[in-house]
Design a protein around this ligand. Structure first.
Ligand code: ADE
Length: 342
């Protein structure tokens, strides 16, 4: 099975398995940030519990590493439910979905990651399952084909996607419990996450070092945890007892993570827009060819953070590097040069 571009290109991915099981918050009060999503979920879950029903289906979307899977597990814990985890690309055949659904017990949660990668055919089976709790399967072909309908146990589908725009509107509409966007974290929240992770991993870290890592974490917990571990390695190899700011800076420089958390690829993307395309606008596929990055990787991994920092803008005619991008890269815009010459 091929993995998604976001998985291939996100260097935090190699750590993912480990991070998911060691650093993942296990209780709501350990989950930092995403206040509005948490408040909405508390109401949804409490109301469903009071009625003695399964919560309605929920969709989370947003850039990778912001905690979509973590929240799904917290919901399972909060509702004392079993959670079965799968992903869009893993459900290839109708039978795969049928088997998942028919094996659910009452009150179970089915978590489908990367739901945007489900095929149309599978989506169509999912609709009645989500809406009326029935599984309609067509047996046979042509005139002798017939549909059998299976009653499913009441369940909650929780799905996650980095590409909400790729979901059809009928599918989106069936998440009647809510469609929630996870936001980037602020530096203080990332700092709190780093404190917790450092304590779990028994890393002795200076407050200044923690701030340095927080500032360069792309506002993303998964990246923060990844950088923390790489800085810890650097300190260990250099026989330093405590992770100091200086050591963190050296480790981050070695990883080519700059002061604002941009990676070498983020910078290359901006440089290409500026140097090859006069600052833009440039279309996504042209940018993909020029950077040798897949369009999906640009859209899912690089672009969201560049938009967040204000260094990139999306216009109907393509991507544009902003003044902030020129300033960050230490480049002068044509406009600036012209102003100076006048
Ligand atoms: N680890 C990853 N995401 C987290 C979050 N939102 N809060 C606490 N720890 C986390």
């Amino acid at each position: 099975m091929s993995s998604s571009p976001s998985e291939n290109k996100n260097n935090a991915n190699s750590e993912r398995h480990f991070l998911d099981y060691t650093l993942r918050p296990e209780k709501w009060n350990e989950y930092i940030g995403q206040g509005s999503v948490k408040e909405n979920l508390h109401i949804l879950l409490k109301a469903a519990e009071e009625r003695g029903q399964s919560p309605e289906h929920i969709l989370f979307y947003g850039p990778p590493g912001l905690g979509k899977t973590t929240i799904a597990h917290l919901i399972a814990r909060e509702t004392s439910s079993q959670i079965k985890v799968t992903s869009g690309p893993a459900i290839e055949k109708v039978g795969d979905l049928a088997s998942l659904l028919t094996n659910l017990s009452a009150g179970d949660i089915l978590f489908i990651d990367e739901i945007h990668r489900l095929s149309k055919m599978i989506e169509e089976i999912l609709y009645p399952a989500m809406e009326t709790g029935s599984l309609d399967i067509i047996i046979g072909k042509g005139p002798s084909a017939r549909t059998i309908q299976l009653e499913l146990s009441p369940f909650t589908l929780i799905a996650a996607t980095t590409r909400i725009a790729l979901l059809s509107s009928p599918l989106r509409a069936r998440f009647s419990g809510g469609v929630f966007r996870l936001e980037f974290y602020n530096e203080e929240e990332i700092g709190q996450i780093l404190k917790r992770s450092a304590s779990l991993l028994k890393i002795d870290i200076d407050t200044d070092a923690e701030k340095e890592i927080a500032r360069r974490s792309r506002a993303t917990p998964r990246t923060a945890n990844y950088l923390l571990k790489r800085c810890r390695d650097f300190a260990q190899v250099n026989k330093e007892e405590k992770l100091s700011k200086e050591t963190a800076r050296k480790a981050l420089a070695l990883l080519e993570i700059d002061e604002r958390g941009l990676t070498a690829t983020d910078r290359k993307t901006l440089e290409i827009i500026i140097e090859k395309f006069g600052g833009g606008p440039v279309g996504l596929s042209t940018l993909s060819a020029a950077t040798s990055e897949e369009t999906a990787t640009i859209e899912e991994v690089h672009e969201p953070y560049l938009l967040q920092t204000g260094m990139l803008e999306r216009t109907p005619r393509g991507r544009v590097a902003t003044k902030a991008a020129y300033e960050h890269l230490g480049l002068e815009s044509l406009q600036n040069i012209q102003e100076k010459l006048l």
